[in-house]
Write a protein that binds this ligand. Structure first.
Ligand code: ZN
Ligand code: FE
Ligand code: FE
Ligand code: FE
Length: 167
């Protein structure tokens, strides 16, 4: 069974599949963030990850509302991209002994995940518009805005202090 298996025929199917993809991704992120929090030395970085962990749980609840609007049970489908990004984050973190360099690496890894999420939510919003899922757009936009804000916060933290301490 490939990524686009035979059960995707219509844009509605594709929308649902992609919703299931980001639902799986958000749940994997909830599982991965505690380790990121533990590994972070910079207090602001650890706090930022904690805040985003709580936000992510809220994002999952919003996605569950979108499933409900579609009359579907919340369900994930494997997202090899997210699994890969998380694996890569763990691999590189395992290879770094300097705590300040590790902080810079954690930010880089987290931003890769944020950018995946931003891509998915942007696409889902565009499709929701086309399909006329008005209420879903509102919920997806809230998630998108949180991902963008998390990404901006990570950039600012990296550029204002973490990268300099690591260098
Ligand atoms: Zn179909
Ligand atoms: Fe998220
Ligand atoms: Fe995916
Ligand atoms: Fe995120």
């Amino acid at each position: 069974m490939g990524l686009f298996s035979a059960d995707i025929h219509t844009m509605d199917d594709l929308f649902l599949h992609t919703l299931q993809d980001i639902y799986y991704a958000e749940n994997q992120i909830v599982r991965a963030l505690p380790e990121m929090i533990e590994k972070a030395t910079d207090k602001q970085l650890a706090q930022g990850f904690k805040t985003h962990l709580e936000e992510t749980k809220g994002q999952i609840r919003r996605l569950e509302q979108v499933f409900k609007l579609l009359g579907k049970e919340p369900q994930g489908v494997d997202c090899p991209a997210t699994d890969g990004l998380i694996d890569e984050a763990e691999d590189v973190a395992g290879d770094i002994d300097d705590k300040q360099v590790l902080d810079a690496a954690l930010i880089g890894a987290a931003q890769a995940v944020e950018h995946y999420e931003i891509a998915r939510y942007g696409t889902l919003m565009a499709w929701a518009k086309t399909l006329g899922h008005q209420e879903a757009i509102r919920l997806l936009k809230q998630n998108l805005d949180e991902e963008k804000a998390a990404d901006d916060k990570l950039s600012k933290l990296a550029e204002s202090s973490v990268n300099r301490k690591a260098a």
